[in-house]
Write a protein that binds this ligand. Structure first.
Ligand SMILES: N[C@@H](CCC[C@H](N)C(=O)O)C(=O)O
Length: 283
């Protein structure tokens, strides 16, 4: 099985082109290839598949094998792959995801390599039922008190196609992410678990984010998470509509447009290519 490993500000995935390869049991494969000691290593597995309604369809699997609806850093890399593999020859393309269709725009360098990608991440969904989250289904959960065994937070819970819990803190570096992250991810409020973003506001135009991803643990970046942070920052009056988000692995530009959608811009980088033959099949 041929694969490409790509990363968007350090959020790294193993990508498989399913246009001409059959992929069986992707959940099991995701857990296997993502393992950083016994596999290829990555935050998960992304399949690039044919679509009836878009240039391609993407399926996202976390490192634990669970399937997610959307991946902001991953979709930029899928767009880069499609363009550079000449599966799409336009710099504007549409990708189908489990969260709906997403429009993307590519910026290329002198050698026609994709260096930067802008994605229309869609509009946030604020009702609890969209995450899903317990409580009255039509109500929002912005600025709600979230309690752990010995901590309480003001949480902003919303969906960017997948579920996010955003928490503003004075200093992200001081957050014990490996302790709080899993407790929030599996909190009884969130029947399908949740992605967690701790955020420090540096100015109305700049924030710093650390991420605990559902099914993957601490990652260097999360694009849907950065989009959720943009929405939570604006709706809580902490930031403007346009911000730069400094994530652990690099920076994203985000704009929460008046019309509703969040536009995210950032890099997409290829790490390596290879062929994966499970050791037990080698003769
Ligand atoms: N890293 C991603 C999000 C991947 C899926 C997420 N862990 C989930 O389960 O919803 C991003 O860049 O958005």
């Amino acid at each position: 099985m041929r694969f490409v490993k790509m990363q968007g500000i350090g959020n790294d995935y193993v990508y498989i082109d399913g246009f001409d390869q059959q992929i069986e049991q992707p959940e099991r494969l995701a857990a296997r290839v993502s393992d950083r000691h016994f596999g290829i290593g990555g935050d998960g597995l992304i399949l690039i598949l044919p679509s009836q309604i878009a240039d391609a369809r993407m399926r996202v699997f976390n490192a634990d094998g669970s399937e997610a609806q959307m991946c902001g850093n991953g979709i930029r890399c899928v767009a880069k792959y499609l363009y550079e593999a000449r599966r799409v020859q336009r710099r504007e393309l549409t990708i189908e995801t489990a969260a709906g269709l997403r429009q993307l725009q590519l910026r290329t360098d002198a050698a026609d390599r994709v260096v930067q990608v802008s994605v229309d991440m869609g509009a946030p969904r604020l009702q609890r039922s969209a995450l899903p989250m317990t409580g009255p289904s039509d109500e929002q959960a912005l600025g709600v008190r979230l309690e752990l065994a010995d901590q309480a937070f003001e949480a902003y819970c919303l969906s960017m196609g997948n579920p996010h819990c955003v928490i503003f803190v004075p200093d992200v570096a001081a957050v014990p992410l490996a302790l709080w992250g899993p407790q929030i991810e599996t909190h009884a409020w969130f029947p399908e678990r949740i992605n967690v973003e701790f955020v420090q506001v540096l100015s109305p135009e700049a924030v710093r984010q650390r991420t605990w991803e559902r099914g993957a643990g601490e990652t260097l970046a999360c694009g849907t998470g950065a989009s959720a942070v943009t929405v939570a920052g604006f709706l809580s009056g902490r930031t403007g509509r346009r911000i730069r988000n400094q994530l652990t692995g690099g920076e994203l530009e985000l704009y929460y447009s008046e019309e509703g959608p969040v536009i995210m811009t950032g890099p997409a980088v290829e790490v390596c290519r290879g062929t994966f033959v499970p050791a037990e099949l080698l003769t």
